[in-house]
Design a protein around this ligand. Structure first.
Ligand code: EPU
Length: 324
């Protein structure tokens, strides 16, 4: 058994952990381990291993990026799945190219970020992804998905639903801007960024904000936001607003998004510990491995928080992380 890398810092093991450096190596591994349970992971930054994994964990060591097309306004960058997303963003910002700077410092790799449609500060991966290339795990054939075919939603895609466990994304193409049109409307981002910012200025501001609120990977185990923000019918929001002062809320997808962080804080969980797991004191949407947590500590804390939010607000909050 070998240790599975995961940003929660949980001590979990798999039968085999195999890394590949090319599509041919990936196909050979899929052939070799046919019949085994196979899970492809990125940096393990959005996974909760509930127990040891009785199967094969695959990871990509393909980390290149290249431009495939260019016009006066844009450049299309095709990145391999194992490239660290933030390394790509840093390089693009250094070149004065924009579109992904708001996603700076999100942990994880290119492939997983396209499964999860990661997002931050008013930008989601789907806003810049034009297509993804993927390998069919059943026969090794390649398929290209357009952005529309990926059926992106809030932290969601076809690869988390109908095609879950069926394809491995190997390449992601992003349409990147040569002219900078900063997106600064989220929260206090505009206030953090000076006048006439460059993509790098926005990147640095985003990193400053994230560092204030979110645990640093490698210092304190977590998987970023543990829950998704619920989107509720307007009547539900109004009934809460009638009983609480200044309920934070945002119009989204025809409903009202209420930050899960606020719901959890109202339930008194912010900073609270259960076993080795803790509801993070600077951002209660995040659960952390505060003291040698075992998977059950995180599972129990998440369940207790969900139950309290349900009881107090009659809202079901669901995990953003994938339970394995
Ligand atoms: N809030 C509280 N108490 C707190 C913290 C926040 O009530 O202690 C409320 C405030 O009203 C605040 C609101 O929550 O205005 C939103 O907080 P924040 O801007 O930190 O964002 P979030 O909705 O909690 C989402 C993403 C984050 C992303 C930020 C910024 C999800 C599940 N999470 O968090 O993504 O960085 O917005 O865009 O949508 C992640 O996915 O791992 C992640 C960190």
């Amino acid at each position: 058994m070998t240790n599975i890398p995961n940003t929660f810092g949980l001590d979990v093991k798999a039968k085999i952990l195999a890394e590949y450096h090319s599509i041919d190596e990936l196909r050979a591994l899929l052939e070799q381990y046919k019949g085994e349970r196979i899970l492809h992971i990125g940096a393990g930054s959005n996974l909760l291993f509930t127990r040891d994994f009785d199967g094969v964990i695959l990871h990509s060591a393909m980390r290149r990026a290249r431009s495939t097309k260019e016009d006066a306004e844009h450049v299309w960058i095709e990145a391999e799945n194992g490239l660290v997303l933030d390394d790509l963003i840093a390089q693009l910002c250094d070149m004065g190219l924009s579109g992904m700077e708001n996603l700076s410092y999100i942990p994880g790799e290119v492939g997983a970020s396209a499964v999860q449609n990661v997002g931050a500060y008013g930008v989601e991966a789907k806003d810049v992804i034009t297509e993804v290339r993927a390998i069919d795990m059943s026969d090794g054939s390649e398929r290209t998905f357009t952005n529309a075919e990926c059926r992106y939603g809030y932290r969601d895609s076809i690869f988390k639903n109908e095609l879950r466990g069926k394809y491995i994304i190997t390449h992601v193409t992003y349409c990147i801007n040569k002219t900078f049109d900063p997106k600064l409307d989220y929260g206090n981002l505009r206030g953090e960024v000076g006048e006439n910012p460059t993509p790098s200025d926005v990147r640095e501001a985003v990193i400053r904000i994230r560092r204030q609120k979110l645990p640093e990977v490698g210092e304190l185990g977590s998987a970023g936001s543990f829950f998704k923000n619920p989107i509720v019918p307007r009547e539900v929001y109004e009934s809460i607003a009638a009983n609480y002062d200044r309920v934070p809320h945002f119009e989204q997808d025809g409903g009202i998004k209420i930050p899960a962080a606020w719901l959890i804080e109202q339930c008194g969980w912010k900073g609270k510990t259960l076993g080795g797991a803790q509801c993070y004191s600077k951002q209660p949407l995040v659960l952390v491995n505060a003291n040698n947590a075992i998977p059950d500590d995180i599972i129990n804390l998440a369940a207790a928080i969900c139950a309290d939010v349900k009881q107090r607000f009659d809202i079901t909050i669901s995990p953003e992380v994938n339970y394995i």
